[in-house]
Design a binder for this molecule. Structure first.
Ligand SMILES: NC(=O)c1ccc[n+]([C@@H]2O[C@H](COP(=O)([O-])OP(=O)(O)OC[C@H]3O[C@@H](n4cnc5c(N)ncnc54)[C@H](OP(=O)(O)O)[C@@H]3O)[C@@H](O)[C@H]2O)c1
Length: 321
């Protein structure tokens, strides 16, 4: 049977934080987690929109202001969450922008890279120790089919470029960074013996607010007819994130997405990814660059004396061998 929200296990007693939960796929992700009993922290740019979303979702929720385009805001949000919670079971790095109005973030980073990747890199690092001892805890980072368009590599200069605002490659690079981050994070969790898993997901295509940016002329047909043909509603597009967050059989390092029509829609399962996204040396370099740019250094305290065995893990079943 195709995986659906009916498969989401009871989340009672668990706390989930979803970034960008005021609309689109984040709202649907938060809605299902709250309906299954989780306490959901909606971390959103606008607290008013977050509160309106919380009222629509019902269940146990709270709103925290978070602007991923500002490292000060990320630090404040993390401090607020830490002040209210001593554990976090799920962190869903969902928020994202595509072809945004501003070329750079408050800290001078190219906006796609700054919001989609660096903001989430910093947030995750600042919340890390709320998660690493919590059994079953997971970080899910939302990437995209567009990670395949992330040509050009990463570097300090490109991270501060002012020319990425309407660039498919810049959006693609930020989503490639999301996927590489998720994989490097899983490697570091495993090496530290942390209880937390890191997974990635992509929603396929969905006609959400993401498409209301200012795309380059070449992409307008995709944003119009292509979306009408291939897109799935936001509640379906949230399924890969929900499966990555809650399916007991989904293993650390897995990347999940819709299975049909070139992964644009359908039930969630293992997704394909580019060769570049699996380059372990490039993942480590991106990690160092992200620490340097954000000033957030991850404190992995070994949870047990020995490293876990380095066995290959099936992306969905979790079988080792
Ligand atoms: N829709 C698709 O076809 C598609 C395809 C591939 C991947 N994705 C990914 O799916 C994720 C969710 O996107 P979506 O489709 O649901 O788009 P959406 O409806 O535009 O939702 C994006 C969310 O991110 C929030 N956000 C934007 N900038 C932010 C910032 N600086 N700080 C904090 N939050 C911010 C938005 O908040 P505001 O309400 O304040 O704008 C909104 O809640 C993104 O990571 C996106 O890249 C989507």
């Amino acid at each position: 049977m195709a995986w659906s929200t009916a498969h989401v296990p009871d989340q009672s007693g668990r706390t989930a934080l979803v970034t960008g939960a005021s609309g689109g796929i984040g709202l649907e992700t938060a809605r299902v987690l709250a309906a299954r009993g989780a306490h959901v922290v909606l971390a959103c740019r606008s607290v008013e929109r977050a509160r309106a979303a919380a009222a629509r979702i019902g269940g146990s929720t709270e709103a925290v202001p978070l602007d991923l385009a500002s490292l000060d805001s990320v630090r404040d949000a993390a401090a607020e969450v830490r002040g209210r919670h001593d554990r976090l079971d799920l962190l869903i790095n969902n928020a994202g922008v595509m072809f945004p109005p501003d070329a750079r973030t408050e800290d001078g980073f190219e906006t796609h890279f700054g919001v989609n990747h660096l903001g989430h890199f910093a947030l995750t690092g600042l919340l890390l120790d709320l998660m690493t001892r919590v059994p079953g805890s997971r970080v899910v980072t939302v990437a995209s089919l567009a990670h395949r368009a992330g040509f050009g590599g990463f570097g300090a200069e490109r991270a501060r470029s002012a020319t990425g605002r309407r660039s498919v490659a810049a959006y693609g690079r930020s989503k490639l960074a999301n996927l590489m981050f998720a994989r490097e994070l899983q490697r570091r969790f495993a090496a530290a013996g942390a209880a937390t898993l890191s997974l990635a997901a992509h929603p396929g295509l969905s006609a959400t607010g993401l498409w209301h940016g200012d795309p380059p002329a070449l992409l307008r047909p995709v944003a119009g007819a292509g979306l009408r043909l291939l897109a799935q509603p936001a509640d379906r597009a949230a399924l890969p994130s929900l499966r990555a967050a809650t399916d007991p059989r989904a293993a650390g390092g897995a990347y999940l997405g819709p299975r049909n029509r070139f992964e644009s829609r359908g039930a969630p399962g293992p997704a394909r990814s580019s060769r570049a996204s699996g380059d372990a040396a490039a993942q480590a370099r991106l990690w160092d660059l992200s620490e340097e740019l954000t000033g957030v250094r991850y404190a992995f305290t070994p949870e047990r004396a020995e490293d876990p065995p380095a066995a290959a893990v099936c992306p969905v079943t979790g079988a080792r061998g």
